[in-house]
Design a protein around this ligand. Structure first.
Ligand SMILES: *[C@@H]1O[C@H](CO)[C@@H](O)[C@H](O)[C@H]1NC(C)=O
Ligand SMILES: *[C@@H]1O[C@H](CO)[C@@H](O)[C@H](O)[C@H]1NC(C)=O
Length: 538
């Protein structure tokens, strides 16, 4: 077996952490099995309770601990002793947490095998427009036949079903785009490059929209909420970077969404007592524009602002022909969507107002209602046509120059048309909504277990091939595994989040974070030593 790329301290640390966790999990399964089959004691363990309480981990630390693992304060003084004594109840209480951690580790090992070793084959991408759209439309037909759903959610204002920018629709929208986005990579469909830029803009728009609505209404700026948000966005990608020795910017979607999410959080969090006042929100949004304009439009400012973060955000494609400066990727990627998150916040702010208009419109007499709607549709179509002719059709480099200032046009048109009638608003395709929920995972996983990068920091330029010479059957098989794994990662990320970042218990949260950081540091130090001591002895 050949391994591409050097062995890094991060990878060693991962192994040192992962093996004891795996062992502990196997032991806990065994003792659970033992308990069920030999004893008739009735101290049955509520599995889900164990997951919720996150009864974890003194043992993990003692056994070396997993990266990201942490301890919680033990409720009974005896529990420390219990794990020393390898107590069976302790293990069965934590069985589900251990299992989630082990599964997560196994998935990462699978990633490594697929993408960094020559155990599995690869093949080249090729594009056929016919096949590409055939597959996409096939999926739409399947989704329509199997998962067409009519929702009857009620508007919070009037109790009528209005459904304006609701969750089903947003997730379905993400699903539509995500399928094309990953297929664009798989088939190397260069001709839809500009459309992909729009989709990414739409995700960033949703980041602004969703997060603004959430923080504006809930006003929950707690540490727990903040950590959970960061965990959701970065937990999986962090492990991919460690295990596969990649830079964070390889998965540029993640730093980008993290940055824009942090911006929305900061905008609403600072002086949040005054958020009720429209003028304060206006000032805040104007400030956002000013900050972004200063950073991206005034030459030189970008370098000054971002140079402290170069360790996180620099990136060089090892096999690119033209060499850019390491920060170019970040400047380009985040720059493309630099305004659209602010637009998302503005839409979110006016969302209740528009919702009331729509309700009024639905109550208006038929003639007026239909003419207003027809007028809206006409305007949308005209604008859409103009945008398509004069912007979308531009060649990709020229298009990219206009993109930051024009991406709101197709997004707005989609939103208007998607909600044009009451019944149309209430339909959604659940299959796409399901895919829309796991976009982050499908985005990251595609690099390694669907496509293949074949080395640290490489872009995915090849396809993973499990069945050589049968491209379509291979496509089917790798896609099935890929989607299943992505969905599982989504679940595992959430399970572990609940265990390690409890919402209500602030002391335990801080405790977990501290211990997690210490464990990580120790693992890293040990693995550095492991790698360097043999060299020094030579
Ligand atoms: C319109 O459609 C978009 C896309 O599905 C959706 O996110 C939004 O909820 C809808 N609401 C309106 C009236 O804009
Ligand atoms: C905030 O934005 C991130 C990034 O897109 C997203 O994952 C998250 O769900 C958003 N939060 C809310 C509450 O909408």
């Amino acid at each position: 077996m050949e391994i591409w790329g050097p062995i890094t301290p991060g990878q060693v640390a991962f192994c040192i952490g992962f093996i004891p966790v795996l062992a502990a999990w196997l032991y806990s399964e065994l003792s659970e099995y033992w308990r069920k089959h030999t004893s008739s004691r009735l101290d049955s363990v509520d599995d889900f309770g164990a997951i919720r309480n996150g009864e974890d981990s003194k043992a993990l630390l003692l056994e070396g601990g997993n990266i990201g693992s942490s301890m919680r304060e033990q409720k009974s003084p005896s529990s420390t002793v219990r794990c020393f004594l390898v107590d069976k109840t302790f293990y069965s209480n934590n069985r589900l947490t251990l299992r989630a951690m082990s599964e997560f580790g196994i998935i990462l090992v699978y990633f490594f095998i697929c993408d960094r070793t020559n155990l599995l084959g690869d093949s080249t991408r090729n594009y056929s427009r016919d096949l590409f759209f055939f597959l996409y439309f096939l999926l739409i037909i399947v989704a329509a036949m199997t998962s067409f759903t009519i929702h009857h959610d009620k508007s919070p204002f009037s109790g009528k079903s209005v459904l304006y920018l609701n969750r089903h629709q947003t997730e379905e929208w993400k699903g539509w785009m995500q399928v094309l986005f990953v297929m664009y990579h798989y088939f190397s469909a260069k001709e839809i490059y500009n459309a992909i830029r729009i989709f990414i803009a739409a995700y960033v728009w949703m980041t602004g929209f969703g997060n603004f609505s959430y923080y504006y209404v809930r006003k929950d700026f707690s540490l727990a909420r903040f950590c959970q948000m960061m965990w959701r966005l970065n937990f999986f990608v962090a492990f991919c970077c460690i295990v596969l020795d990649n830079h964070y910017m390889l998965y540029y979607i993640c730093p980008m969404h993290t940055f824009f999410t942090l911006m929305v959080y900061a905008v609403l969090g600072v002086f949040n007592k005054y958020n009720e006042r429209g003028s304060i929100i206006a000032v805040k949004i104007a400030l956002c524009f000013l900050i972004i304009i200063a950073i991206w439009e005034i030459p030189g400012v970008f370098d000054v602002v971002w140079s402290p973060f170069a360790f996180l955000l620099s990136y060089n494609d090892p096999s690119a022909k033209t060499k850019y400066s390491p920060m170019h990727e970040w400047q380009f990627r985040a720059g493309l969507d630099r305004y659209i998150w602010i637009i998302g916040m503005i839409y979110a702010y006016y969302h209740p107002t528009v919702e009331r208009w729509i309700e009024k419109l639905e109550e208006a007499e038929a003639k007026l209602r239909i003419s207003i709607k027809a007028f809206v549709v006409l305007i949308c179509l005209a604008m859409g046509y103009a945008w398509y002719e004069y912007i979308y059709k531009l060649e990709k480099y020229t298009y990219n120059k206009y993109h930051p200032y024009t991406s709101w046009i197709p997004i707005t048109i989609y939103i208007c048309l998607r909600n044009i009638t009451q019944s149309f608003r209430s339909y959604s395709l659940t299959l796409f909504a399901w895919l829309g929920k796991i976009t982050l995972e499908t985005y990251i996983a595609q690099f390694h277990i669907w496509l293949r990068t074949g080395g640290p920091d490489e872009q995915p330029r090849k396809l993973l091939s499990l069945i050589p010479n049968y491209p379509m059957i291979n496509y089917m098989l790798t896609t099935a595994i890929y989607i299943a794994v992505a969905h599982r990662i989504f679940q595992l990320t959430n399970m572990l989040k609940i265990v390690f970042l409890p919402s209500r218990d602030k002391r335990r949260l801080i405790y977990n974070i501290t211990v997690g950081a210490i464990v990580l540091g120790m693992l890293y130090a040990v693995s550095l030593a492991c790698l360097n001591v043999p060299k020094m002895l030579k």
